[in-house]
Design a protein around this ligand. Structure first.
Ligand SMILES: O=C(CO)COP(=O)(O)O
Length: 259
């Protein structure tokens, strides 16, 4: 973790969750009501179909609700898409942009991801910009080059520590049970920190950089203890309130230094 940066524990439900799973959101909303919530921010990104009801369930909870994608335009003839304004209208506070599954399934480019992040900022949402290398890129020792390119192309000039979060998700670690070594995570996060500082100055120094990819209750504490890892973006393990809350609780011993 980075001293003075409030960590973020974020869950991404992807294309999972119906009304039957609302009890999990209720349990998370209740479970994060502990003194730790003053030091650790929590966020859940359910599918768009549950967004409005989820924000209502979290009305009196520190658990924030966000979406998993937005269109780069405010409104118009874009069948099947939702805008950042629509997310804000449902009381969502964050939106994930550029997840590797969007980049893969919908051929999203770095430049489109940047336009989506700008749309999020226009709507006063926090953009969680996902970056990360594929297995082929890793095997070709291109990880840091990919991260440099994605930060340069996908992070808007107007990004601040308040309106933007970076999520490093190695594509090969998502849903596989595989994670980079702690030392690989440390090197990647230190590199991203330096790139963000070079690009955004003090805002880059204070920006949260999350790790995502096969984070579970069993490894979250160890990963978040690594320098420049300011929280986690969790897929599969965020579907169950017990697992999400266990990951949240694993911040407890780490946040002592945070103001
Ligand atoms: O893609 C992810 C979060 O956005 C990570 O997914 P898993 O935690 O299931 O590996």
């Amino acid at each position: 973790m980075t001293p003075d940066i409030r960590p973020l524990i974020a869950g991404n439900w992807k294309m999972n969750g119906t009304r039957a799973e609302l009890d999990q959101i209720k349990a998370m909303a209740e479970g994060v009501k502990t003194p730790l919530s003053e030091k650790v921010e929590t966020l859940l990104c359910p599918p768009a179909t549950l967004l409005y009801v989820a924000t209502a369930l979290c009305d009196d909870s520190p658990l924030l609700i966000g979406a998993q994608d937005c269109h780069q335009k405010v409104s118009g003839a874009h069948t099947g898409d939702i805008s950042a304004q629509m997310i804000a209208d449902c009381f969502g506070t964050h939106v994930i942009v550029g997840h590797s599954e969007r980049r893969g399934d919908h051929a999203e480019t770095d430049h489109l991801v940047r336009a989506k992040a700008e749309a999020a900022h226009e709507a006063d949402l926090v953009a969680i910009i996902c970056i990360g290398e594929t297995l082929a890129e890793r095997d070709a020792y291109q990880t840091l080059d990919v991260l440099k390119r994605q930060i340069f192309n996908s992070v808007p000039e107007g990004a601040t520590a308040e309106n933007t979060v970076i999520a490093y998700e190695p594509v090969w670690a998502i849903g596989t049970g595989l994670t980079p070594t702690n030392s690989d995570i440390e090197v990647a996060h230190a590199f991203m920190r330096a790139e963000l500082v070079a690009r955004l100055g003090g805002e880059g120094a204070a920006m949260r950089i999350l790790y995502g990819g096969s984070v579970k209750p069993g490894n979250a504490g160890e990963i978040m203890a690594i320098e420049n890892v300011d929280g986690v973006l969790v897929g599969g393990a965020s579907l169950k309130a017990d697992d999400f809350l266990a990951i949240y609780a694993s911040c407890e011993p780490l946040v002592a230094e945070i103001a």
